[in-house]
Design a protein around this ligand. Sequence first.
Ligand SMILES: N[C@@H](CCC(=O)N[C@@H](CS)C(=O)NCC(=O)O)C(=O)O
Length: 182
Amino acid sequence: MERRGGAISRLAYRKCELKKQAVFGQLPQFKDGDFVLYQSNTILRYLGRKYGISGGNNQESALIDMMNDGVDDLRTKYIRLVLLELETGKEKYEKELPNNLSTFERILSQNSNGSKFVVGDKISYADYNLLDILHCHLDLFPGCLSAFPLLKAYNQHIISRPKLMKYLKSEGRAKRPVFPKK
Ligand SMILES: N[C@@H](CCC(=O)N[C@@H](CS)C(=O)NCC(=O)O)C(=O)O
């Protein structure tokens, strides 16, 4: 497959065999042995249930799903920016970003004064998703958390988890086919 700086080109992506097999013609594809899934949030919920990080009861699970849907809304805006508007819309996006991030700052403040996770006192799949979208934004806007002390501390708190830290520093992560860093 043709690759550009770790990411595949749009042409290669359109022709990609994996995409042709996809249930909705979209990636990502996730495999757990022979079990194949599509739809990012379905994959996240599956992993959440598999690893016991999707809430301890029905209500907590619903709150985690809700937080994850909020993260997904921000991701949708981010994807639109990087795929369609990076040249023309970056300035406007940066202006609106504090408003979007302040929602998560407030959410954190309402749970143990921001010292823990988005929901409850145990990490959930929504935290991993939030961390990832924060890192996507930090790549494009390195100072974006400076006005958000809880989000900044949250980032440090989550990335200090040994296995996650190891993954974040790994070659595999550096090479993952994601959007341009700048
Ligand atoms: N709802 C899907 C959306 C996935 C999606 O839009 N994937 C894009 C790539 S980021 C895609 O494959 N689009 C179809 C295309 O480009 O033809 C999910 O969350 O997984």
